[in-house]
Design a protein around this ligand. Sequence first.
Ligand code: TRP
Length: 338
Amino acid sequence: MNKQVLLTGDRPTGQLHLGHYVGSLLNRVAMQNSGDYDSFIMIADQQALTDNAKNPKKIQDSVYEVMLDYLSVGIDPTQSTIFIQSQIPALPELMLYYLNLVTVSRMERNPTVKSEIKQKDFGRSVPGGFFVYPISQAADITAFKANVVPVGDDQLPMIEQTREIVHSFNQTYNKEVLVTPEAILPKKGLGRIPGIDGNAKMSKSLGNAIYLADSKDIVQKKVMSMYTDPNHIRVEDPGQIEGNMVFAYLDIFAPNNPVVADMKEHYQRGGLGDVKVKRFLMEVLEETLAPIRERRAVFASDPAQIYRMLEEGSEKARLVAQNTLDEVRDAMGLNYFG
Ligand code: TRP
């Protein structure tokens, strides 16, 4: 019985937030718990370094934080192989061979990289490593022969590019060595959570995120500062629920809850104040966040254990990736001495 292989990961450039949670962590935990997958979860420190070369300490610290986030949402190292990208030497070697199969113009067309280059204002000064990170991601995915990659929709161009590389490699070297992966997107209605400021995307760089590790106090402050309806000034005024973050979050975290339906109706009619709805959202969010926070505190009490788990996971992952690399070198005729 062959299980499907799942690989996914995150760049460690800080702690994970609710955007990561609904965008992909929920899917990963569910898939892990289904028992149908051989799961690999990677902390992509090398990818994080592609635009943080001068900040290695930030990346190093974030590896630990992201691992805590993983464990606290229920990614379980006895069921999933959790590992650190830089500990797997086969990955950059695979990337090197794949780079010969893609053109600069193809890499320039990757919409996610394109918009990141714009957002970071890199222009032509984009670091080479950053420019080619989708190819490193293709190495991550193919090294484990992953057929499923649970990610947010911003990662679709990476999966697309990986599929092209798989096709090109297998055809060029005339052997079905690599496996074509498929993206697994979040359930409908989930997936993208807006920022607390009303921006369409929750992100660290926009400063509009609620982190899984935020204390109850901080979450409360953030919820109270959420963007609602700027024209809803007095309680008795009718309010808008479209573009109102409090209701947007309730739709995600309390879907089909009749209380929310009542509140929406009341809010639109007038007579329901923002603070009341925010208090309710706070309760709803705490149902998700409180258990995560508690588990985080337990794991954080033993940092040595965290690194031991990562070391064990990385050792396991190293063997799997090395196996694929051996096959790749073989297909390419690079095994000169038998
Ligand atoms: N690009 C992903 C991010 O931005 C991280 C990542 C690196 C990844 N390698 C991967 C995701 C392989 C899925 C599969 O966080």
